[in-house]
Design a binder for this molecule. Structure first.
Ligand code: FER
Length: 252
């Protein structure tokens, strides 16, 4: 199915819990930079959510997976408005009660930014290995393992896999204020991060968790950016935290 934002089709997939009541909470799940909604870690966390009674809405963001848009023209602003559109779509579904956000890496940063803007309607946020360093690194002139002049951004950058990325990606990233977004969201947050992450240093996950008012941090010892070594532990951390949210709701 597609969710359309101003003519741009975003490829999406809704999965409902295998058993349980008619109405249920939903988690929007967003992949990272160059990723898509069928990645192993995205599918694994979503499956656990379904097993625990949460519907999931996995979505390919602008220029990724089977969504419209060119990779080279994607920016964090586009991903952010994509997320707002998807959140509103989810809120309009008659079987959805509470809404949660989960995102991996650049998708983790995106859900942090979206939660700030939609703080009054988002029940909880799960940034996985969140790429919170992108704005800071963009301002320093160091992205994709390459250096550039942050005051004279090149028109195109080359990504790891040889794909090209517009300089506008960097210009947008430079404008993003992660600290302010963190301040704006007071709800519960779970950050999961492998302590041998090669793409997003674990310090950024630690720093974000410390800055949030209500965050739990789960470190996965020896794991990398996409949890290739201990995906089960990352999934367990997400599952345990979501169970805790259900318990907290039941106690109210
Ligand atoms: C970078 C490091 C990591 C970068 C992007 C990422 C654009 C994002 C990784 C991901 O989303 O998995 O230098 O530059």
């Amino acid at each position: 199915m597609y969710i359309t934002e101003d003519g741009i089709r975003l490829n999406a997939c809704i999965e409902r819990p295998t058993a349980g009541p008619e109405k249920c909470p939903m988690v929007v799940v967003i992949h990272g930079f160059t990723g898509h909604m069928e990645e192993r870690h995205i599918l694994a966390v979503s499956k656990r959510m379904n097993e625990l009674g949460f519907a999931t809405l996995r979505v390919d963001m602008y220029g990724h997976g089977h969504s419209d848009g060119e990779f080279r023209r994607h920016t964090l602003y586009k991903w952010l408005t994509n997320a707002l559109t998807v959140i509103d779509y989810a809120r309009g579904l008659d079987f959805v009660t509470d809404l949660y956000l989960c995102g991996h890496s650049q998708g983790g940063l995106t859900v942090m930014l979206a939660a700030a803007l939609k703080h009054d309607v988002i029940k909880g946020v799960i940034p996985l290995s969140p790429a919170c360093m992108i704005p800071e690194m963009a301002r320093k002139g160091e992205l994709l393992g390459k250096r550039f002049d942050p005051d004279h951004i090149p028109d195109t950058l080359e990504s790891w896999d040889g794909r090209l990325l517009d300089g506008n990606y960097v210009r947008v990233a430079q404008a993003i204020d992660v600290e302010r977004a963190i301040d704006r969201y007071a709800g519960p947050v779970l950050i999961v991060h492998g302590d041998e992450d090669e793409a997003v240093p674990v310090e950024f996950g630690k720093r974000a968790a410390a800055a949030y008012r209500n965050a739990q941090l789960v470190l996965i010892p020896g794991d990398n950016h996409c949890y290739d070594r201990h995906l089960d532990r990352a999934v367990d951390a997400v599952g345990a935290w979501l169970k805790g949210r259900l318990k907290a709701d039941a106690a109210r």
